[in-house]
Design a protein around this ligand. Structure first.
Ligand SMILES: O=P(O)(O)OC[C@H]1O[C@H](O[C@H]2O[C@H](CO)[C@@H](O)[C@H](O)[C@H]2O)[C@H](O)[C@@H](O)[C@@H]1O
Length: 366
């Protein structure tokens, strides 16, 4: 969280746009909106899409620039903007008692994003380690509440960072879901260990192919990093000179234009290539609630904590269901469907610790 700053951006969640076919997506302004859809089309249309593609690339570069710390420093109204933003999205720590009142009589279920939420943002994605104190906190949390990690990362990679077998894991933006492998209160009587869902498995060979091509295509751009997340691929910009961002996006586009079944979403100094299926973190949240037996229940209170645009799908899902709440992790004003905010992973840990203590106290009082 410390290295990434965020300015007000478009509210569109990645899921919103994912349902549009390429032609409709072309009419949507992409600034901060989630993704570019590049499709193989008959020649005349392709020309139009290429022009639109360039426009989108420029818009995407602008959006990435706007969210970089150097640009934020020159924003005079930032403090004022932040004050009014925090009134709309108050700190989940300050509002802890109210939040707990809202959950009264309901089963809390926890959903946690990984990067920027449980671990601070760092330059090297392979070194985004979680602190031992955060691990201890999440372990305790899972003793009292069913807990899932929902991430854009490959499931196995995030498991290696978190190393808690009692959790649910939804990797590749929810396209790779797995139940706990260690028995806990929440899976003893259920079929949790058997929970396994991979709605995009047919895309595996395509994703591997695209990964290889992206590795090759982007190797001429210093600092670019391509990460294979199994059902999606990330192309990292964080260590690339800003002047080279457009070039890098053109390299990505040149690969993607041959794959109309893949789409592009934007994250924190990263673009993510994923299947065009109607599946996102919001759908994963819903799937996990069903797996836990809360399909049509009113007595469930899901809490989703995340920092990125792809988490907006989950925040929106909770709003649509009228259940629980979303907490956005951000130090800077950002348009969101979450209800509350926390500034950085340390505050996330504090919030989780308070939840554990609250539960312990309420159990003792029984
Ligand atoms: O859904 P998430 O768990 O938030 O995953 C989204 C992406 O997170 C990772 O990238 C981000 O964190 C990196 C490490 O701090 C940082 O270097 C990068 O700039 C961020 O975008 C991950 O590496 C990506 O594959 C995920 O898609």
């Amino acid at each position: 969280m410390t290295q990434q700053n965020v300015v007000v951006c478009n509210t569109k969640s990645s899921g919103d746009l994912s349902v549009f076919p390429a032609a409709s997506a072309a009419q949507k302004p992409p600034v901060g909106g989630g993704y570019i859809s590049i499709s193989r089309r008959p020649r005349r249309v392709l020309k139009n899409l290429e022009i639109n593609g360039d426009n989108r690339i420029n818009a995407l570069v602008e959006s990435m620039r706007a969210s970089s710390p150097t640009h934020l420093k020159s924003t005079p109204s930032l403090t004022e903007e932040h004050s009014s933003w925090i009134l709309r999205y108050p700190s989940a720590l300050d509002m802890f008692d109210e939040i707990m009142k809202g959950s009264k009589g309901k089963q809390i279920v926890m959903f946690l994003d990984y990067d920027g939420t449980l671990s601070p943002i760092v330059e090297d994605p392979d070194r985004a380690f979680m602190s031992n104190s955060m691990r201890k906190t999440v372990r305790k949390l899972a003793r009292y509440f069913p807990t899932a990690i929902v991430t854009g990362r490959c499931k196995d990679k995030v498991y290696n960072f978190v190393r808690l077998a009692e959790l649910y894991y939804a990797g590749s933006h929810g396209m790779d879901i797995k139940g706990p492998t260690r028995t806990s209160k929440y899976n003893r009587d259920s079929n949790a260990e058997g929970v396994l869902f991979q709605p995009a498995s047919e895309f595996l060979p395509m994703i591997d192919e695209v990964y290889q091509q992206l590795l090759d295509k982007t190797k001429s751009t210093p600092g670019a990093k391509v990460e294979n997340n199994k059902f999606c691929v990330s192309v990292h910009f964080r260590c690339v000179d800003e002047k080279k961002w457009t070039e890098l996006l053109h390299q990505v586009q040149s690969v993607l234009k041959e794959y109309p079944k893949l789409r592009l979403t934007q994250g924190r100094k990263v673009v993510e290539i994923r299947p065009t299926i109607k599946w996102d973190k919001g759908k994963a949240l819903e799937f996990l609630l069903e797996s836990l037996g809360f399909a049509n229940c009113n007595d469930v209170f899901p809490i989703y904590i995340g920092d990125d645009r792809t988490d907006e799908d989950a925040f929106k899902k909770l709003r649509d269901r009228g259940q629980g709440l979303g907490v956005l992790v951000s130090k800077f004003p950002k348009d969101t469907s979450a209800s509350y905010s926390l500034q950085e992973p340390n505050e996330v840990m504090e919030f989780l610790q308070r939840l554990v203590e609250w539960k312990q106290v309420s159990m003792r009082a029984r």
